[in-house]
Design a binder for this molecule. Structure first.
Ligand SMILES: *Cc1c(COP(=O)(O)O)cnc(C)c1O
Length: 397
């Protein structure tokens, strides 16, 4: 081995001893509660496919139709020749869907939510070079953190959901462009940001509010319009980011905002401009996903999720465990140590239950947790099986 490889190997071994080494498991069937992983049939509480659309036959049929109509790939970036009719139709549909919450809305489809966060943060900050400040919640998603780093702006991190701290930071800022950015539903805790209070602050201080609704779009609100519908928010200062690989079951993300904001992103957002457009077939399939989210059936699926959440709230607790209060399908069980959480996940897997163990740096050290996520395609029996297994685990540990 060369010296360079030795350095990496030593680092990996260190992660191993700390219980922090990450390993992938290989799923051998479609994303669904009952699936096959590493050759074993399991009941999964792992995915962000909250409405069960990832393997829905209507969505997969639309994907096939999209491939027939538009081929497998887009062939180029959006500003060259890769922008297809399917992308355009999806953007129009999404802008209409979010219209009750935005002024002169338009939408932009991007390849991933990760890139969407980079795109918005870098492009908005670039409007006033050297004179932008980003205010970011301490528990924001890694893609937001990376976006703030790439934006070449001053970055102020405020304590999690701490509205007075955010207000104090906004009050002393003299930046020309102020951008407040927050997850709506925090991905590892499942709690919801106090968006009405945060938006009121943004309006008072002339700041943009970027809402990352990765876990809210499709799930929150009567029609599944997400966090903005959940709180009945409307503002020209809102920039909304929704992802399309979670509740929508496919892939990609979108930004919805005032038409001028979207036009600016097309001019300046490098993560949008300098990459090959996502396959048009994905956008075509997403038209079906959005129609399902916006349907009576979508409402029924959201109602089922709420029933399952309620059922899970009877989760048995070992003295050292902590169930985080969550009104979303993300239901974390904080166990604490890395070794303990790995042992718990392994014990569940031996009973055919697949729940992921989340450790630092994804969550703060000492708060390693089982991140249980529910899908509308889980049944009451599925959740009962999980509760039984947790009960046994709590008694034994
Ligand atoms: C998943 C996620 C993203 C990234 O979206 P992708 O489409 O998976 O790249 C961004 N923000 C939050 C809060 C997320 O949970």
């Amino acid at each position: 081995m060369t010296a360079l490889i030795d350095v990496l190997q030593a680092q990996i071994e260190q992660l191993d001893t700390q219980g922090l080494r990450r390993r992938r498991r290989t799923a051998e069937a479609a994303c669904a509660p009952h699936t096959v992983v590493d050759g074993r049939r399991v009941l999964s509480f792992n995915s962000n496919d909250y409405l069960g659309l990832a393997a829905d036959p209507r969505v997969t049929a639309a994907l096939q139709e999209g491939a027939r109509l538009y081929g497998a790939g887009s062939g180029a970036s959006h500003l060259v020749s890769g922008h297809s009719k399917a992308h355009e139709e999806l953007e129009e549909r999404l802008a209409d869907f979010l219209a009750p919450h935005l002024l002169q809305p338009r939408a932009l489809y991007l390849s991933t939510g990760y890139m969407a966060n980079l795109a918005v943060l870098t492009a908005l900050a670039a409007a006033t070079p050297g004179e932008a400040e980003i205010f970011s919640d301490a528990l924001n998603h890694a893609s937001i953190i990376d976006g703030t780093r790439l934006a070449r702006a001053k970055v102020t991190v405020y304590a999690h959901n701490d509205v007075p701290a955010l207000e104090a930071a906004l009050a002393v800022s003299s930046a020309k462009t102020k951008i407040v950015v927050t997850d709506s539903v925090f991905s590892m805790d499942g709690d919801i940001a106090p968006l009405p209070q945060i938006l009121a602050l943004c309006e008072r201080h002339g700041a943009w509010l970027l809402v990352d609704d990765a876990h809210g779009f499709g799930v929150l609100g009567e029609h599944g319009r997400g966090a903005l519908e959940y709180f009945s928010l409307t503002s020209p200062q809102l920039v909304y980011m929704g992802t399309l690989g979670k509740a929508a079951g496919v892939s990609g993300a979108f930004v919805a905002a005032h038409a001028t904001v979207i036009d600016w992103l097309v001019q300046r957002a490098r993560p949008y401009i300098y990459t090959t457009a996502a396959a048009p077939a994905l956008a075509h399939a997403l038209l079906t996903s959005v129609a399902l989210i916006d349907s009576r059936e979508g409402q029924q699926r959201r109602a089922q999720l709420e029933l399952l959440q309620h059922q899970l709230s009877g989760m048995p607790l070992h003295a050292g465990w902590k169930r985080l209060a969550s009104a979303t399908p993300i239901q974390p069980l904080v166990i604490g140590g890395n070794a303990e959480v790995l042992a718990a996940a392994q014990a569940l897997l031996e009973q055919g239950l697949w729940v992921s163990a989340i450790r630092a740096p994804t969550v703060p050290a000492g708060t390693a947790r089982l991140r249980i996520t529910l899908s509308a395609t889980h049944t009451h029996d599925d959740v009962a099986r999980l509760l039984d297994a947790l009960h046994t685990l709590a008694k034994e540990s």
